[in-house]
Design a protein around this ligand. Structure first.
Ligand code: ATP
Ligand code: MG
Length: 454
């Protein structure tokens, strides 16, 4: 869908040239040559973004800005003015303008600013949707999850820095989002920075932004993530994977909440709450000399640990049901029922990729299972093998109920005996003292199949 830009200026030449340029860039352009017309058009059909001149006969730009913000508080407005002075720029920003660009207009600057504004609105919208999602986005009723919730609820309303640790795929990012949503900052965005993914030489400009011409390729001024997160939360993900140099910079800004854009003179002050996450053991990294101890103490004000799935297997049923419904809802797959016999098998696996791995696995089952019921028979062969390898003789000890433990044991036992007897059901049945038909039934119920036949 095309983004609709409303341009408001009394200079016809500006309207015309912007109209041409933005049209070429794929925007839908609407024009107004005075404040009255701008408000009328915006009321009838709200744009996605507004470019607004300040000095116009009749209602001036500042009053239009004021009205527009009352109508659509989230609509990004970029001021374009030939009479820019610091005071008007500051005033406009206070009134909620996204950016202030002086005339004569630099096309590149306008385009970059528009892109930033649209990206920013997208984040705000995402944030709003997230807020509307039920509070119980974090599924689970185990003691481990309840404790996690309790910690999140306590930490969220404060401004304290939070350090979330846990294995891959346990839900660290989800925890970070919940902290933001349950905080007073939730009307502003949570901005994510993947510290592992940004090349070292770009991290400063990524975090702090840069001024035009700060380095080769810096054609335009750009806001950094700290700027974008102002008033909200900055989520520093994979914090254990930063270079020493970057760690030093992050430490300084966390301490001072002040930074300079790359190539800039001015110090910028921001109000940002930091939530960091890592799957590394930072204590160990400190011993190895790869993580700064002082940064660790700065970040680790409120530590929150997200437990691995294998330590909260009680939640597995709920999670599977949740994912099955979610996947059915977001695809054309249709609902599928989960045969409860599957759970004992799923619980005998260690889930090193945790909840993400479980979700992907359920998605795979939902797609690959032809019928409406997902039963042990539908478990793919590679997964069976994994489970078989993992199942130690005491794996049933991990099960919660006697019934589960029994299934777990029986499956392991029968598989082993069948293997020993070349998967001959009659022979195996005779040896272990079962009716052949009974063994058949058990195999079906427990999802036991000869390797490679799955
Ligand atoms: N308790 C939960 N209930 C429902 N979904 C969950 C829960 N925890 C995690 N998830 C889902 O599992 C997936 C992985 O979670 P997330 O990305 O937060 O993990 P992570 O710890 O940040 O992983 P990584 O270490 O790989 O970055 C996501 O799709 C997330 O929505
Ligand atoms: Mg993550």
């Amino acid at each position: 869908m095309k983004q609709k830009v409303l341009i408001v200026d009394d200079e016809i030449s500006i309207l015309q040239s912007l109209n041409g340029i933005l049209g070429d860039e794929g925007y839908e352009v609407v024009q107004a040559c005075c404040g009255e017309e701008a408000l009328e058009r915006a009321r009838k059909d709200p744009p996605d973004l507004m470019l607004l001149d300040i000095w116009m006969p009749g209602i001036d730009g500042m009053s239009v800005l004021d009205e527009i913000k009352k109508l659509y508080p989230l609509l990004p407005v970029i001021i374009i003015s030939g009479h820019g002075n610091i005071e008007t720029a500051v005033k406009a920003t206070r009134m909620g303008a996204f950016d202030f660009i002086e005339k004569p207009l630099s096309i590149e600057r306008i385009l970059v600013s528009i892109q930033n504004a649209i990206e920013f609105s997208r984040l705000e919208e995402e944030n709003r949707l997230l807020r509307n999602k039920s509070e119980r986005a974090m599924i689970g009723e185990s003691a481990a999850v309840n404790l996690l919730w309790e910690q999140i609820r306590r930490a969220a309303p404060t401004n304290a820095t939070v350090l979330i640790t846990g294995e891959n795929g346990t839900g660290k990012e989800l925890a970070a989002k919940m902290i933001h949503l349950l905080s007073r900052r939730n009307t502003r965005p949570i901005i994510e920075v993947n510290c592992a993914a940004i090349p070292e030489e770009l991290i400063e400009s990524e975090l702090f932004g840069h001024e035009k011409g700060a380095f080769t390729g810096a054609h335009e001024k750009r806001k950094g993530k700290f700027d974008m997160a102002n008033g909200g939360t900055l989520f520093l993900d994979e914090i254990g994977d930063m270079s020493n140099r970057t760690q030093a910079k992050i430490l300084r800004i966390i301490q001072e909440q002040i930074f300079e854009r790359v190539g800039g003179q001015r110090s910028i002050e921001v109000d940002v709450r930091i939530v960091a996450a890592t799957n590394k053991d930072l204590q160990k990294e400190i011993e190895l000399g790869t993580f700064r101890q002082d940064l660790y103490y700065r970040l680790n004000v409120i530590p929150i640990y997200v437990p691995p799935l294998r330590e909260r297997l009680e939640d597995l049923e709920l999670l599977v049901e949740h994912f099955a419904a979610e996947i059915a809802g977001e695809s054309a797959l249709g609902k599928k029922r989960i045969d409860p016999r599957i759970y004992a098998i799923l619980k005998s696996y260690a889930w090193p990729g945790n909840i993400r791995e479980l979700r992907n696995f359920i998605e795979r089952l939902m797609i690959m299972t032809p019928g409406n019921v997902i039963s042990p028979d539908d478990l793919p062969a590679d997964f069976r093998n994994l489970v078989k390898d993992q199942i130690g003789d005491t794996s049933w000890l991990q099960c919660q109920s006697l019934e589960e433990a029994r299934s777990c044991f029986e499956r392991h036992f029968l598989e082993k005996k069948l293997e020993e007897n070349g998967w001959n059901v009659s022979v195996t049945a005779a040896k272990i003292g079962l009716e052949r038909t009974h063994l058949h039934r058990k195999m079906k119920a427990l999802g036991i199949k000869k390797e490679g036949n799955g």
